[in-house]
Design a protein around this ligand. Structure first.
Ligand code: NI
Length: 310
């Protein structure tokens, strides 16, 4: 940890009273794989570090059925953890109607807030593209029928992902589904597209999320793109234990490092850290349908009278 993280962690512990938990002073890690074996030695301590750094909620997507079950088990043990269930394109070999049935039953858990992560991956291409596409389409259909937003993974496959999503949101099944009535249908996670794709995605009712790569010194095109992206439709993520932000690159990532993502976005947008936190945290609560859980007698509602920290 950097000195700065230490300082923020200490501040978080010292000020760990309800009035501090406003969207402007807290963060949501919208995408982290806390169930992965890289955290087996120190999982609870890692989650505590995240809380101390101001991370109010963490959403743990599944990459296969076992990881989806593990994400739910973690969500049962930790108030701050929520789960998404889904099968990743690199793990969708053998995905069939039986897998969908299993996901549907897992998704009934009250702490499951999305279907994901799902998508296409032509970089690794561990599974044939036709099977990846089939698994993606079946999980999109499941999400629509359940009224849950989707978390989309796309690596070197933006064109095909866009084609699938475009057809999906314009189809009758989606338009008559409970998902079409929600504020947002999905998120393009670790967004790697251009401004045109971002704008088309907003039109589908999608939002974007960004993590560690925005902190990379050589990510010039991303640095040029960010200020053109709508800050009110941008969630923060770490994708921990992967995509570790600068200056920890090359080592394991963890949700406490999300403050480095917030700080880089703060510079790129030319706003305050609390403005980035306010926009991204409010969006994440709306996206995952968690405003109610944080509205009645909840710290988040006290934001109006709480001085904003930055
Ligand atoms: Ni991921």
């Amino acid at each position: 940890m950097t000195d700065r993280l230490h300082a923020e962690a200490a501040e978080g512990v010292a000020g760990d009273d309800a009035s501090r938990f406003t969207p402007a002073s807290t963060l949501v890690d919208s995408h982290c794989h806390l169930d992965q074996p890289q955290f087996d030695e120190d999982r609870d301590a890692m989650i505590d570090r995240a809380r101390s750094a101001g991370v109010r909620l963490m959403v743990n997507p599944g990459i296969d059925l076992a990881a989806s079950r593990a994400a739910i088990a973690l969500a049962e043990r930790h108030e701050a953890v929520y789960a998404a269930v889904g099968v990743h394109p690199n793990d969708c070999d053998g995905f069939d109607a039986g897998t969908v049935k299993e996901l549907r039953s897992l998704a009934a858990h009250p702490k499951v807030v999305a279907i994901g992560e799902i998508g296409l991956d032509y970089y690794w291409e561990t599974v044939a593209p036709a099977q990846q596409r089939r698994a993606l389409e079946m999980q999109l259909e499941l999400a629509a029928s359940l009224g849950l937003p989707v978390i989309i993974h796309s690596r070197e496959s933006n064109q095909d992902v866009a084609a699938v999503l475009r057809a999906w949101v314009n189809g009758q099944a989606f338009r008559s589904s409970p998902l079409a009535r929600r504020s947002y249908a999905g998120v393009l996670h670790a967004f790697s597209g251009d401004l045109a794709l971002a704008q088309e995605a907003y039109g589908w009712g999608f939002i974007l999320s960004l993590g560690g790569p925005v902190t990379f010194k050589n990510a010039r095109s991303l640095h040029e793109l960010v200020p053109q992206l709508d800050m009110t439709r941008l969630m923060l993520e770490t994708d921990a234990p992967y995509l570790t932000p600068h200056p920890h690159r090359g080592r394991r990532n963890e949700p406490a490092y999300i403050t480095l993502v917030r700080d880089r976005l703060t510079e790129l947008y030319g706003v305050t850290p609390s403005a980035v936190a306010q926009a991204s945290t409010s969006l994440a609560l709306r996206f995952f349908g968690l405003e109610d859980a944080y509205s009645v007698g909840n710290p988040f509602t006290q934001g109006a009278t709480t001085p904003q920290h930055g």
